[in-house]
Design a protein around this ligand. Sequence first.
Ligand code: ATP
Ligand code: MN
Length: 538
Amino acid sequence: MEKKAKAKRTVSLENYGIKNATVRYQLSPDELHKTTIEKGQGVEASSGALAVNTGEFTGRSPQDRFIVKDKITEDKIWWGNINIPFDGDAFDALYRKVTDYLSNKEIFVRDCYACADENYKMNIRVINEYPWSNLFAYNMFLRPVEEDIKRFEPEWTVVNAPGFRANPDEDGTRQHNFAILNFTKKIALIGGTGYTGEIKKGIFSALNFILPVEKNTLPMHCSANVGKKGDTAIFFGLSGTGKTTLSTDPNRSLIGDDEHGWTSENSVFNFEGGCYAKVINLSRDNEPEIYDAIKKGAILENVILDKDGHVDFADTSITQNTRVSYPIHHIENIKIPSIGKNPKNIFFLTADAFGVIPPISKLTPSQAAYHFISGYTAKVAGTEAGVVEPVPSFSACFGAPFMPLHPSKYAEMLSKKMIDAGVNVWLVNTGWTGGPYGIGKRMELKYTRAMINAVLNGDLGLYNYDDYHIHSVFGVAQPRSCPGVPTSVLSPRATWNDDEAYYTTAFKLTNAFRNNFKKFEAHCSEEIRRGGPQRYAF
Ligand code: ATP
Ligand code: MN
């Protein structure tokens, strides 16, 4: 008997104002991979992964991220240069332009969801101009089972038109690219940029508003994994500090590498279904799990390939922010579903290019709140004219660009949860040792891993006075020894061999901490303020 071909479900985009589109609905990763190559928008690397260039933008554009000011948002959002207001009528007009632009085109549509915990699930429909952006959505969001697709009701919609260019004079944007969130219409409208990270961070920003306001859940810019005994660890940190690298640990099951919610039911869940790793200088020796995740289905962004399709991970001629996205099951040891219990340990990762923060230290609850609100890391300035000076960078809650509410809202929730759950909080400097950027070098990954393992195995208890020493500037508890790490590495001052230079630089950084914290002082208790560095230069 002949098998009846199963009628493939499709969707119409007419209701979205996208007319006469040729809709490619829910294509498989293979089909999207193939289509991208056929259109000349990508090539296959020797690993089997798809390699694309994202175009003009190879990173997010925070100055072009807007939120529509409406009844839902006007009194709640922390408006300013992070959350830039956008007029509702201007949004409608721009939306019409974008949907006109997408009309009569071949359009890639994907139904998926965010939040691995059933109780928090948010259905998303992603509408893409390009097939590889749609593959990104497949990789990064959670993938519904066939049954759920049949009766899928989207809650939020992402409309993604990289080829569309806004006209700032008419459209109310800053320049030709934009990412705008509309909470009334539940739309993330992205145009003029092909950088895929805008798609995932758009939904992240929406959840960072919805979860605390409506669901009493703390959204976090952190990675998470769980040990064999079910002990969850989470890692906060700004871009490049090691969230993805350090959460991908062969001995612990990965929950997620970037965005999580901490519920009032003592659990932590991943928002996403995939990882988005930096690949600059990636090597199989240092990061085998991520290296091996780069295979068919993965998308490499803005890397340089040789004629045989081999990637040169050291080549940053397009950008330093070369990336790969892959569905989480490309990593062997993962937690299914992506949910863990209350964390036992929280790590704040910082890439301190001044090289003065200890590579690992334990924080008191006040220090934890202070450092969370500060959200410190350092940026390494360009090497022009041979001047290399690190620049301190503070981003509240280790993710200010994605946080629509006032940082104190997230900080209060975190403080309360940390105390209720009795978590240990650690500050980890994955940045420089032996001196600042230009003189010292980046902390060896194997040492950072050893320090984190020591914490997770309970080998860095710091219960006895003899086990640690209180850092004279930062006031944090610095362990005197750690299995697998040379003792000298644990004291940043000792690695400098120049006490005067060390303290001068440390004071420079503490002054930056203090200046940054001024704007939060009015919102913070004396206890939190006491969590800051102990000494400043005058
Ligand atoms: P994003 O938020 O942009 O995804 P991230 O916090 O996930 O950033 P990673 O992708 O983990 O950051 O990037 C950390 C980078 O630093 C990697 O390229 C890693 O190889 C490198 N690295 C070098 N030394 C260390 C170290 N000691 N600890 C962690 N990462 C290190
Ligand atoms: Mn990451």
